[in-house]
Design a protein around this ligand. Structure first.
Ligand code: PSU
Ligand code: MN
Length: 310
């Protein structure tokens, strides 16, 4: 077992594949609130150097709300929950990183690779360490078109007992099918101060949630009650993008239509980055601004929920 510092003996949750930062481990053993943060947004979602700045700001939001931030990532094959400032900077600059979802922990460990965790990857690490709250921007979901591209985030939500604070799903996905998938799998979707599942860059989507909650205390009551079910898995908490930075639904849909027309011949892994960069162009940079604003806001709301739950 790798030791992380003088207080590592308190991090009894360490296992050989998962290394917990001493500050996070101490908070957990004292029952203090911790919020897990995803890192695919750092390695794959945002351009440098905004990625590092944003990660630091998300950590800052969590601390301001009196919780401990724990960025989940894989460094040289070791899954780490909670990064030192040096580790975070290194991850943000590394151009060889891979995207770590459920299938990727084993081979990346064997190969000693570094990577950013997706929602699924971060949920697995959070659950293993005993952190019930996780904040991200948008989850993966069912892609558009008739194909088989369904994110591993969805089955992870079905099976892993962690509450995921998000602003919806990636904008380029098939949102109605994503919501249907969650319903089939028994994943409750809580609208945080909203009746609608948030549309990521947009506050609306026209799609319903299972229930609405007004406050961290109300969310906490729902989480506790849901987790009394012996077989319960994860939950989604949909927090709309702050009003000042959100894009109106019609404008968003028009930008998506244009981007998709241009992306007709772009397939595979290149498709998402292509669509997102076109979206940024069509919205005059507003989509990037909305993304940054919702990430910070979600970190804050997740921390408030973690405090209420602790
Ligand atoms: N939302 C975005 N961009 C992203 C992601 C979410 O706007 O890149 C990331 C998240 O980490 C999410 C992952 O968990 O994409 C899903 O990837 P996939 O569809 O390959 O499972
Ligand atoms: Mn996929």
């Amino acid at each position: 077992m790798r030791r992380t510092g003088p207080r590592a003996e308190m991090t009894h949750l360490d296992s050989s594949w998962l290394q917990i930062h001493p500050e996070v481990g101490t908070a957990l053993s004292e029952g203090r609130p911790v919020v897990t943060l995803e890192s695919a947004v750092i390695t794959h979602g945002l351009p440098r150097p905004i990625n590092l700045e944003l990660a630091r700001r998300m950590e800052g939001e969590v601390r301001k709300a009196a919780a401990v931030p724990a960025i989940a990532a894989v460094l040289d094959g070791v899954a780490k929950l909670g990064l030192t400032p040096e580790e975070l900077e290194r991850l943000s600059l590394d151009q060889q990183t891979v995207k770590i979802s459920r299938r990727d922990f084993g081979w990346s460990r064997a190969a000693g690779r570094s990577g950013g965790t997706t929602v699924a990857g971060a949920m697995i690490m959070a659950k293993a360490a005993g952190v019930p709250i996780f904040a991200t921007g948008g989850i993966g979901g069912v892609h558009r078109g008739g194909g088989m591209d369904v994110s591993a985030d969805l089955p992870e939500l079905a099976r892993t007992r962690v509450a995921v604070v998000c602003s919806g799903a990636k904008a380029i996905l098939d949102l109605p099918r994503t919501i249907e998938w969650l319903e089939t799998a028994g994943v409750p979707v809580i609208g945080y101060q909203t009746e609608e599942f948030p549309g990521f860059y947009s506050r609306e989507s026209g799609l319903p949630v299972s229930t609405r909650a007004e406050s961290p205390a109300e969310v906490t009551r729902i989480l506790r009650a849901h987790w009394e079910l012996p077989s319960a898995g994860g939950l989604l908490i949909g927090v709309p993008c702050p009003e000042s930075d959100a894009i109106p639904l019609e404008e968003l849909q028009e930008a998506l239509r244009q981007a998709e027309t241009e992306a007709r011949n772009v397939s595979g892994a290149a498709r998402t980055p292509f669509l997102l960069s076109r979206m940024s162009e069509y919205t005059g940079g507003k989509s990037l601004g909305a993304n940054l604003a919702l990430l910070r806001n979600n970190a804050r709301v997740a921390a408030e929920i973690a405090v209420a739950l602790a």
